[in-house]
Structure formats: structure tokens, C-alpha cells
Write a protein that binds this ligand. Structure first.
Ligand code: PMP
Length: 400
């Protein structure tokens, strides 16, 4: 019956790794993956995560029963504290509902499904450009996706005026997707003053903020600093959505641990919203997996383990920042034409190099360096050993 089924296209981001795996060259370099690598190029399991797993393993009272539809209660409670702040009034007023979901993507999807069913406005504005999965997640949930201007290729920075204009002309009530920090793929974030202006504009136009927080702590190494954007929106008492992922900041990629929070105006509304979230989740996957959420809860609720985590998190963030500096220095040393200061100015895991599709193709063909065709490179995939190879490739690509 499926004899005529057409071949589906490879995912543009995950497809980079597929191509990389096929390349037999010993000098090949994969800068496409959005996952942290050590200086030796290896995936990293945090020590604190191993310790939490040991604790879980040794605790014979832990069983493998189903979690509630909304997930592990402690995980939800501490996840809300992590993003909204320990002393968030919205938490104290009991008007946030948090549900454990399948990492960041699953949290976005559950939020999108909920909005499609219960919110009066179906249009969501997402930044141009954004993570490639965003338009797909929201479209498939039944929302209508539009873009707001975000990145200015000439300055390789934020197109703040364009962003404000587009949000100003969005229909009242429209949903707006915001990257909480470390915007993917550009690495360009608004300043705090700009966030405040965005907040004022959005609240005055009745636009609904939906934060995607996939990199808390990964951008600056400081968990609170990276959540400021979200917190200024919550502080004004208005509604707000937030999707959290523990893929990057705890290195729990394949465990699929994340949370969706919806900040409501009252406890009563929050509890009705929660009842509807259950109706969204139950027919999708019934309830979420237990292991990853138990790791996160174990770490978040123990003061020592929490601080151990922040040290390891900072070390990852610092290594990425150091890779930015090393790549920038290497291009300067080669006299590569162009202003490469955006490499050190951009934030988070990725650098939006400004290299075009042709240059990317050239670097893959001649230097066996793999990245997405928009010129985005993962700084986490670089090491002191591989920086010179990348700098040579960029130099050759731009002077060709
Ligand atoms: N949002 C953004 C902006 C991302 O970059 C990612 C990961 N690449 C995600 C969400 C979701 O990741 P996950 O589902 O693995 O948590």
C-alpha cells in the first residue's frame, strides 16, 4: 500500500550530521550539531548528573510507576522556580501552571496545541530567522505563522526598529514567540533596555508572549541573568508562556526533559488551564517519562548539587566563550577580510558567521567542515585544536 510513498526530505539541521557521518576524511569537523562537546570533541555527561543517577539507582523506594499526566510534581515546582526566580510573586500567588513535557520541543508543541484549542487569536509571530523547527511545530498545531524582523545582516546584529514596527502592526492579541536568551541561529539577543521596550509595546498591544528557553545558563553561565527577559514580562502581572529545555544546560538531550509553564492572572484560571493541558497531553503521549525528570528534580532541590551544577554549567559556557575569542583571534591573525567582531559579540552556542550557502558548500567540499547552509556554526563543536582548521577554511572561502 505504500509503494508510491514519496521520499521525505532530511531535516536540514539533523541532516548535517548524516552527511558528516558519511565523510571518511580524518580531518572532518561537525559544526552543525546543537550539542555541547568537550575540548576533546566528546559528548559530556555532567558529574552532577551521574551523581543524581547514582542516588536514584540506590534508592530502592523508587519505582517505575506512571507519572501523572502533568509529570513529576517536584520537577514542575523547581523548574518554575528556576525560570521565574525563587521569589517570583507569580509563584507565591499560585497562578502558574507548570507541566513536564518532552524537552523544549514537546513543551512548545503542548503550548501550541493548547493555544490552538483555547485562544481566540491563531496567529503566532516568530523571529526571522529562527530555529527551523519553530514554524513546523506551530503550523502543525493549527496556528498561522508569521514572521517579525529580527536580524539585520548588514550589522550582524538586532534589527530593533524592524522588530518594533512588525510587532506594532501585529493584530491585537497575536502570540509572539521570543527566544529567552541565546537566540538560535543568530546569537543576537536584545539588551535589557530593549526587552523592556518590547515588553511595553507587547503589553500595550495585548500581544501574548511565548518564551522559548532552551539555553538558560548556557548563554552567560548565569542562570538568573539568562532568565531576565522572561522575568520582566512576568513581573508586570500579565500572562506569559514559557517552554523550558534541560537538553543543553544539564546535557540531558536524549532524556527529553522540559517543562511548559503558563502564567495566568489567578489561581482559579491556572487550575482550569491545567485541566485543559491534561486533555491535550493524555491523547498525545499519556504521561511523560520519569528518569530525566527525576535527575533534574534531584539536582534542583539539593543545595549542594544545585551549586555543583552551576559550576559545571559555567565551565561549558566559558569554554564556548573562549572558542569565540580563539576563532576571532585566528581570523585576525590570518588577515581575513571583513569585520569578525560579531563572533565575540554573539551569545550562546551558535555563531551566525555571515558565510553564504556557496561558501558553506566550499568549506564542506574542500575542508570537510559541516554546518547548516545558513552559515551557522556551533561553537560548542570547536576546540583549540580545530580552530586553526576552521579559520583556514573561512579565510579560503572569503578570499576565493
Ligand atoms: N528551541 C530552540 C531555540 C532550540 O535551539 C532547541 C534545540 N535545538 C529547542 C527549542 C528544543 O530542543 P529540545 O527539544 O531538544 O529540548
Amino acid at each position: 500500500v505504500f509503494a508510491n510513498i514519496p521520499q521525505g526530505p532530511e531535516d536540514p539541521i539533523l541532516g548535517v550530521t548524516v552527511a558528516y557521518n558519511k565523510d571518511p576524511s580524518p580531518i572532518k569537523l561537525n559544526l552543525g550539531v546543537g550539542a555541547y562537546r568537550t575540548e576533546e570533541g566528546k559528548p559530556l555527561v555532567l558529574d552532577v548528573v551521574r551523581r543524581a543517577e547514582q542516588i536514584i539507582l540506590n534508592d530502592r523506594s523508587r519505582v517505575k510507576e506512571y507519572l501523572p499526566i502533568t509529570g513529576l510534581p517536584d520537577f514542575n515546582k523547581f523548574s518554575a522556580k528556576l525560570i521565574f526566580g525563587n521569589d517570583s510573586p507569580a509563584i507565591q500567588e499560585n497562578r502558574i501552571v507548570t507541566v513536564q513535557c518532552l524537552s523544549g520541543t514537546g513543551s512548545l508543541r503542548v503550548g501550541a496545541e493548547f493555544l490552538a484549542r483555547h485562544y481566540h487569536e491563531r496567529t503566532i509571530y516568530i523571529p526571522q530567522p529562527t530555529w527551523g523547527n519553530h514554524p513546523k511545530v506551530f503550523t502543525i498545531a493549527g496556528l498561522s505563522v508569521k514572521y517579525y524582523r529580527y536580524y539585520d545582516p548588514t550589522t550582524r546584529g538586532l534589527d530593533f526598529q524592524g522588530l518594533l514596527e512588525d510587532l506594532r502592526s501585529a493584530p491585537s492579541g497575536a502570540i509572539v514567540l521570543l527566544h529567552a536568551c541565546a537566540h538560535n541561529p543568530t546569537g543576537v539577543d536584545p539588551t535589557l533596555e530593549q526587552w523592556e521596550q518590547i515588553r511595553q509595546l507587547m503589553r500595550s498591544r495585548g500581544l501574548l508572549p511565548f518564551f522559548d528557553s532552551a539555553y538558560q545558563g548556557f548563554a552567560s553561565g548565569n542562570l538568573d541573568a539568562d532568565a531576565q527577559s522572561v522575568r520582566i514580562f512576568v513581573a508586570d502581572g500579565g500572562e506569559c508562556f514559557a517552554a523550558q529545555s534541560y537538553a543543553k544546560n544539564m546535557g540531558l538531550y536524549g532524556e527529553r526533559v522540559g517543562a511548559l509553564s503558563i502564567v495566568c492572572k489567578s489561581t482559579d484560571v491556572a487550575s482550569r488551564v491545567e485541566s485543559q493541558l491534561k486533555l491535550v497531553i493524555r491523547p498525545m503521549y499519556s504521561n511523560p517519562p520519569i528518569h530525566g525528570a527525576s535527575i533534574v528534580a534531584t539536582i534542583l532541590k539539593d543545595r549542594n548539587m544545585f551549586s555543583e551544577w552551576t559550576v559545571e554549567l559555567k565551565a561549558m559556557a566559558d569554554r564556548i566563550i573562549s572558542m569565540r575569542q580563539q576563532l576571532f583571534d585566528a581570523l585576525r591573525a590570518r588577515g581575513t577580510p571583513g569585520d569578525w567582531s560579531h563572533i565575540i559579540k554573539q551569545i550562546g552556542m551558535f555563531t551566525f558567521t555571515g558565510l553564504n550557502t556557496e561558501q558553506v558548500k566550499f568549506m564542506t567540499k574542500e575542508y570537510h567542515i559541516y554546518m547548516t547552509s545558513d552559515g551557522r556554526i556551533s561553537m560548542a563543536g570547536l576546540s583549540s585544536r580545530t580552530v586553526p582548521h576552521l579559520a583556514d577554511a573561512i579565510h579560503a572561502a572569503v578570499t576565493r
